[in-house]
Design a protein around this ligand. Structure first.
Ligand SMILES: Nc1ncnc2c1ncn2[C@@H]1O[C@H](COP(=O)(O)OP(=O)(O)OP(=O)(O)O)[C@@H](O)[C@H]1O
Length: 234
């Protein structure tokens, strides 16, 4: 069996007549956290949406544990251990925290255990289960989005710019939650980020996307920040 939880080979996808992804190659090993960075509009969100089956693959392959999953619908991926925290706020603003979390589950009977799990990282959610999602602060909503993606205990988590617009202390809590999930369950995480410090603090490896292609990648170490910054500035 392959060590790669996710393998992306020569992937092309896009919108209408335009190919946004132009032959993306990327792997995510089991238990690894990979930070995918790049300037605005380079195709990072498009990549996550294509992996999630929300956008069709035009060429190339997406594999989970070595088996092709192109063409599988989002519900199939969610049922097979893939979690997704999208960039746009996907919460039901008029529903409570409890109901937003409950909607992530396939069976209500799993609710108590799942709440206990996400409560370990975000205890405030359990203390305020009846509060409407729309009345939470921006940072609290981001934590709810992440908690919702974790409800089914995915072993592959795709996260799109979770740190956008939130204060450093919340970013820190999210970083801790991700590292704890990885330590506890060996989960693989692909983090799309603009926040370089957050990304490099949680990830084992980084990759940079430019115009729909991965142009460079490496292990996170003392030189990563400078190397990635160079890519982001040109
Ligand atoms: N639904 C859509 N229809 C047409 N074009 C789209 C659509 N969604 C995104 N695009 C275009 O695809 C390109 C890549 O967008 P994408 O959101 O994947 O980039 P990104 O790297 O995630 O950017 P950001 O960091 O700003 O979120 C952009 O030029 C964008 O305008």
């Amino acid at each position: 069996m392959t060590d790669n939880r996710l393998t992306i080979e020569a992937l092309t996808s896009g919108y209408g007549e335009t190919d946004i992804l132009q032959g993306v190659a990327l792997t995510l090993r089991r238990g690894e956290i990979l930070a995918l960075m790049g300037r605005n509009g380079m195709g990072k969100t498009t990549l996550l949406k294509t992996v999630m089956g929300l956008i069709q693959t035009r060429a190339g392959r997406i594999m989970l544990d070595g088996s092709p999953v192109d063409g599988k619908p989002p519900a199939w991926l969610l049922a097979h251990g893939v979690g997704y925290a999208p960039q746009e706020l996907p919460l039901f603003q008029d529903l409570s925290i409890r109901d937003n979390l409950r909607l992530a589950l396939r069976h209500d009977r799993d609710l108590a255990k799942a709440l206990q799990n996400v409560g370990r990282s975000f205890p405030f959610l359990l203390e305020r289960l009846e509060q409407l999602a729309g009345t939470l602060s921006g940072g609290e909503q981001k934590m709810l989005i992440l908690a919702r993606a974790l409800m089914n205990e995915p072993d592959l988590l795709l996260i799109d710019e979770i740190s956008e617009g939130i204060q450093p202390s919340v970013v820190q809590r999210i970083a801790t939650a991700l590292k704890t999930e990885r330590e506890r369950r060996g989960i693989s995480i692909l983090v799309v980020e603009q926040n370089l410090d957050f990304a490099l603090s949680v990830a084992d490896r980084w990759a940079v996307m430019k115009l729909g292609q991965i142009v460079d990648e490496g292990a996170c170490n003392a030189e990563s920040r400078e190397t990635v910054l160079k890519h982001l500035s040109i």
